[in-house]
Write a protein that binds this ligand. Sequence first.
Ligand SMILES: Cc1cc2nc3c(=O)[nH]c(=O)nc-3n(C[C@H](O)[C@H](O)[C@H](O)COP(=O)(O)O)c2cc1C
Length: 329
Amino acid sequence: MNHQFNTRITDLYGIRIPIIASGLMWLSDPNYVSAAARAGIIGFMTAATFPDETSLRAAIQKCSALSQGKPFGLNIMIRASRDGIDRVNPLIDIAIDEGIKFVETAGNNPEAYIKRLKAAGIVVLHKVPGVRYAKKAEALGADAVTVVGAEAGGHPGVEPVGTMVMAAAAAQSLKIPLVVAGGLGTGAQLVAALALGADAIAIGTRFLVCEEIWAHRRYKEKLVATTETDTTLLLQSLKNTQRALKTEHVSMVQQLEHHNPGDQDILLPHIMGTVGRKAYETGAYEHAMLSCGQGVVFADRIEPLSTIVDRIESEAHIAMNRLQHIYKK
Ligand SMILES: Cc1cc2nc3c(=O)[nH]c(=O)nc-3n(C[C@H](O)[C@H](O)[C@H](O)COP(=O)(O)O)c2cc1C
């Protein structure tokens, strides 16, 4: 394999393969993110996973040591504060202080934070579930954007649009480097995304079965046995649509939501993040709502992250050869 994909994203991060291991709540820790770095891609540790400043600083330092000088970043979730407490700026303080060079923001409008991050020399990748939000992030000065399509695990937006349409529409509208996500997990899909105008793909779900993800083996075995029809959307009535693994718990929440649309007080106790963390610990996925995208169909065995990345890379070369073979004068 002499050929390599050189894009604005591989240049921006100094990575070998145009793939981003996007932030995964509770799961993208130093082991996972440094494995991404060593595999030639870039991963983002989720700041919200760590309970306090000391543990977040320790995680950044550990990730840096394990990454062997290769790039990694921090995922900062921007949430509207219900209690008036600013949870974002303290994370930015830590990122700056610990010398983080790359940040992935998501969840809400980054306007209040982007100038600070950029002034500190941090490269900002903002992740959005729609082209109009991507254009807004571009106007605000984001260095790059990720657009997330309907197939994605996590939050595909209140009006989910399929990745194929999202990618093509975003490529037509944006000037800054573009990352595309949602249901992606094969090398042929990487080539397709690049053909559509993307500079890289981002992956969440496909990587959940890698050995470096600390979650219980029983949960990973479930994902291996899961196909593209085994996920579902819920929480539309809270305007916080989420794609999750179909489980008994998720069916119960969907029933509850059906009868009590938009009722946070009733729904929140059943969808709290700590319920999910417990399921990752015990492997009892039946009792939780766990983000999972349709790309789970590609998660076919438990193996090291670098093996998955290598496979995607060789599949991409096969896809390129196929295109060269069928495209003739
Ligand atoms: C288990 C899980 C947890 C996630 N947690 C976060 C998170 O904390 N912050 C975030 O920005 N995105 C989060 N996401 C979304 C991913 O970063 C990424 O955008 C998405 O997984 C891409 O689509 P895919 O799942 O089809 O690969 C999560 C996704 C999954 C599957």
